[in-house]
Design a protein around this ligand. Structure first.
Ligand code: C5P
Length: 414
């Protein structure tokens, strides 16, 4: 077992086994992952069962093996969606050429492909196939597509192949795959942590064509989502209207209003370990939205506004709340106002910055002051991507510290 203070273990690994002679090596992989403290649930494709029996994997994993999307009894115990949610890592070894193709085209025609489609956990593949099949342009295009979507490939290695040829396409050895899983994990202080983050502005409609909004670009929140993913977290990003691509490997939910964001945040809270409110949510919204475009009939127009729901405070007030992190955009007295907000909203951590027309909003760089109940850390002016990485490193320290001190705070039960 690896002794890193920041590493939660055991991890829940869903091991997919697809049809190829290298399937026999997957039994050894299960053994090694379990030695490291992981719980391993094996899912086999129909072709894989032609090479190794499910009984072998049942014996080494200590759990019934799942092979069929249509198995009523097993679906009743843990259906494909539960399997997808249970997994902190989906590892497919060996991954055949056919499986790469099916995953690249988003097929959901067997249990393993469906689970890969339904999970928000990282998906890692250890390909194994004949060297010509690996080199084929179709396979390489599938590999590129999967890479763009954040799927990670381990190998393949070069060497002698079962078909008698020599070349690239051998599955990595069980030891190498296991080492890759745990080596990365050491630098992944949020491995398996379920993190929900909001980003961007909200839009509060006045009539069918007008709304009240703010200058938030979403860049900081998106950079934090990507940094959290790199640190191993399973990330759900709930975003207001922004012009930014979704970071690969991150589940994104788009919303417009504060009310919609509130609803999606609370829908994502089951099982969440960390919540980060990085969105610039409207504090006030129009009391009603006109059903037709408001006409310019008078010289003056008074708008009536009401408070929008405070999403961050509502998360912090949950009975079994996640580790709760807020942002504070301040124009004056940054530290005093942010510390006041930290206490008032009962947050575990707050990231404060000074905003103005030339600062923070819709810029490529930023600086942050991080405050928690008994500490502070200043992060200097730098690109939002670098800043997000430093922010996540501090957040991970605080998260594990708080969890050790107050284990009941997190995680929220799923
Ligand atoms: O109180 P203030 O709006 O300055 O607090 C900012 C923090 O609160 C941010 O983390 C923001 O995402 C969150 N917030 C919220 N819902 C609101 C207003 C702010 O979650 N209606």
């Amino acid at each position: 077992m690896i002794e890193a203070a920041s590493q939660p273990s055991p991890r829940r690994i869903l091991l997919g086994v697809t049809g190829g002679i290298a399937a026999y090596k997957a039994a050894e992989l299960v053994r090694r992952l379990r030695e490291r403290g992981a719980e391993v649930q094996v899912v086999m494709t129909a072709a894989a069962t032609r090479f190794v029996t499910p009984l072998t994997f049942q014996a080494v994993s200590g759990r019934p093996v799942r092979t069929d999307l249509w198995d009523d009894a097993a679906e009743a115990a843990m259906g494909h969606i539960e399997l997808a949610r249970w997994a902190e890592l989906v590892l497919v070894a060996p991954a055949s050429a056919d499986f790469l193709a099916r995953l690249a085209t988003g097929r959901a025609d067997d249990l393993l492909a469906t689970t890969c489609l339904a999970t928000v956990a990282p998906v890692w593949l250890a390909p194994a196939m004949n060297r010509s099949m690996w080199a084929n342009a179709a396979t390489q295009a599938n590999v590129a597509t999967l890479g763009d979507r954040g799927v990670r490939l381990l190998g393949p290695a070069s060497g002698e192949q079962a078909c008698g040829e020599t070349g690239e396409g051998r599955m990595l050895e069980a030891e190498e795959i296991c080492a890759a899983v745990y080596a990365t994990e050491l630098q992944r202080p949020l491995a398996g942590v379920r993190l929900v983050i909001t980003a961007g502005p909200t839009r509060e409609p006045l009539d069918p064509v007008r709304f009240i909004s703010n200058r938030s670009s979403g860049k900081m929140g998106f950079a934090v989502a990507a940094a959290a993913r790199d640190a191993g977290a399973v990330v759900t990003l709930i975003s207001g209207p922004v012009a930014l691509p979704t970071p690969p490997g991150v589940r994104r939910v788009d919303v417009e209003t504060a009310a919609q964001m509130y609803q999606e945040v609370h829908a994502a809270m089951a099982g969440a370990d960390v919540y980060i409110g990085a969105a610039a949510v409207a504090d006030y919204r129009p009391t009603c939205c006109a059903s037709n475009k408001i006409k310019k009939t008078s010289d003056r127009l008074d708008l009536s506004l009401e408070r929008a729901p405070d999403i961050l405070a509502s998360v912090a007030a949950l009975d079994r709340r996640p580790f709760t992190v807020g942002f504070a955009a301040e124009t004056t007295d940054v530290e005093r106002n942010a510390r006041d907000k930290l206490a008032r909203k009962r947050l575990d951590l707050i990231a404060a910055n000074e905003v103005g027309s030339d600062r923070a909003f819709d810029r490529e760089d930023n600086a942050l002051l991080l405050l928690w109940p008994d500490g502070r850390r200043e992060l200097s002016l730098q690109s939002k991507a670098d800043l997000a990485r430093e922010f996540i490193a501090v957040l991970a320290e605080r998260y594990h510290e708080t969890r050790r001190a107050r284990p009941k705070l997190a995680p929220v039960a799923s």
